[in-house]
Ligand binder design. Structure first.
Ligand SMILES: NC(=O)C1=CN([C@@H]2O[C@H](COP(=O)(O)OP(=O)(O)OC[C@H]3O[C@@H](n4cnc5c(N)ncnc54)[C@H](O)[C@@H]3O)[C@@H](O)[C@H]2O)C=CC1
Ligand SMILES: O=C(O)C(=O)COP(=O)(O)O
Length: 409
């Protein structure tokens, strides 16, 4: 159980992985000046040592926030994932310590969709192999196995924020769109939901993956699924590296079963731009290999910086958890003239009545109270007179089941 009540200048932020300066500006403008921004990811002891000292951490897809890292992060109150994926964060470990996790669910989706379409066009024309040959002095002028994208069928696996945008863009180029999703989704335009993944694989000239990293998506494009793709089709993966069996894909490309592939994400990615990239796909000219840059555009990064930093500021300033990915969501009004107590507890019977008993027994008047729970934690926010808050925090912190109790001035 941790008790915190800090002046803004003492609240420490650590931003990793080259988060866009737009985030820094939001934090500074909101009065948070104690910010350390690093260009790379951290791991191991160095990550644990740094995170132990901060209240907020900002990461992208590379930094792994494990149970062990959270155990070392005693002061941490929130994590900002300046990206979409949150698979690099142990969300339960965070929640059980009262640490709220935010992400940017939309800001880079257009960038991914554009990259995928561009890759589909280049692969259908055999450009990657022709380009590689030209760099070696070759000249592969030929129409053989070169096709227009118009009229081809795009198979989208995962019809979420990225998949749906891609669907609209692809139709505007004259493509047919078929998609597979575990949920029933409203098809946009003339897109059709396939009966199953196999149904999609049997129809699609280009298969593109846009699912999150989950146990159910791990290896979902394995040797069997790749074999079930149409001969001469294309596979694109800009989701997560664990979704595709890379060895099976390399074989399919070598054997000519697939015309080409574009892979942006890998089961193991280099930790920094200084580390070597190794993959069974290296050296295959019909594979476009990109260093996890689906969302890496100036537009996306600037917007993500704003979006996530604003969420962190809101949470720090007034306790709002709207759009948190691992925590009960509460949208809170300002609390002028009052102190605000944030009480996070295990969601077990009796905690709420114990909280209210503290106010009744100590004659503390409540100006506002907000509550949200999920299956694991409860989040109660109480506004009260400035002079009552020290006593209230002391008493509330002692309630069995309390995970964290803080006061905002
Ligand atoms: N390469 C890059 O730089 C980027 C990669 N990504 C990755 O793309 C993923 C997708 O992003 P969004 O479209 O924004 O996510 P989203 O959450 O909006 O959509 C994902 C869709 O996949 C579906 N889905 C989940 N499990 C499935 C399964 N087993 N089979 C079929 N469908 C399944 C969901 O129902 C949902 O409709 C992210 O989780 C992230 O890992 C996101 C942004 C940039
Ligand atoms: O948004 C995502 O999920 C991504 O994969 C992008 O990751 P990045 O911020 O480029 O490390």
């Amino acid at each position: 159980m941790t008790k915190t009540s800090l002046d803004k200048s003492k609240i420490k932020f650590l931003l990793l992985e080259g988060i866009h300066p737009s985030a820094l500006k939001v934090l500074h403008d909101a009065g948070y000046t104690n910010v350390e921004a690093l260009s790379g990811a951290l791991e191991g002891e160095e990550l644990k040592r740094k995170i132990a000292d901060v209240h907020f951490v900002g990461i992208r897809s590379r930094t792994q926030l494990t149970e062990e890292v959270f155990a070392a992060a005693q002061k941490l109150v929130a994590v900002g994932c300046f990206c979409i994926g949150t698979n690099q964060v142990n969300l339960n470990a965070a929640r059980e310590r009262g640490v709220v996790v935010f992400n940017a669910p939309y800001s880079n989706t257009r960038s991914v969709a554009e990259l995928v379409l561009a890759e589909a066009i280049l692969l259908l024309r055999g450009v990657p192999a022709k380009n590689a040959a030209a760099h070696r002095g070759g000249w592969l002028k030929s129409a053989e196995n070169a096709y227009e994208i118009r009229g081809k069928t795009l198979g989208i696996v995962g019809y979420g924020s990225i998949g749906t945008q891609l669907s609209v863009l692809a139709e505007s180029l004259g493509m047919q769109v078929v998609f597979h999703d575990v949920a029933t989704k409203l098809p946009l335009g003339n897109a059709r939901q396939a009966a199953s993944l196999d149904d999609l694989l049997a129809q699609a000239d280009i298969v593109t993956l846009h699912v999150p990293e989950l146990p159910s998506t791990h290896g979902m494009m394995g040797a069997r699924e790749i074999a079930a793709m149409k001969p001469g089709s294309i596979l694109i993966n800009a989701s997560r590296g664990t979704v595709v069996d890379i060895d099976a894909l390399a074989s399919a490309l070598r054997e000519g079963k697939l015309l080409g592939a574009a892979i942006d994400v890998f089961p193991v990615e280099p930790k920094s731009n200084k580390d070597e990239f190794s993959s069974p796909l290296r050296g295959l000219d019909n594979a476009i290999l990109t260093p996890h840059i689906g969302g890496s555009t100036m537009e996306a990064q600037a917007n993500i910086g704003l979006e996530v930093a604003e969420k962190l500021v809101k949470y720090s300033d007034n306790g709002t958890t709207t759009s948190a990915v691992n925590f009960p969501e509460v949208a809170l009004p300002a609390h002028p003239g009052k102190n605000r107590i944030l009480h996070v507890h295990h969601n077990v019977p009796g905690v709420l009545s114990a909280i209210n008993l503290v106010f009744a027994e100590n004659g503390i008047n409540i100006a506002g109270q907000y509550l949200r729970t999920d299956e694991k934690v409860g989040y109660v926010v109480i506004d009260l007179d400035v002079e009552s808050s020290a006593l209230a925090v002391e008493k509330l912190s002692q309630i069995p089941g309390t995970i964290r109790c803080r006061v905002l001035f």
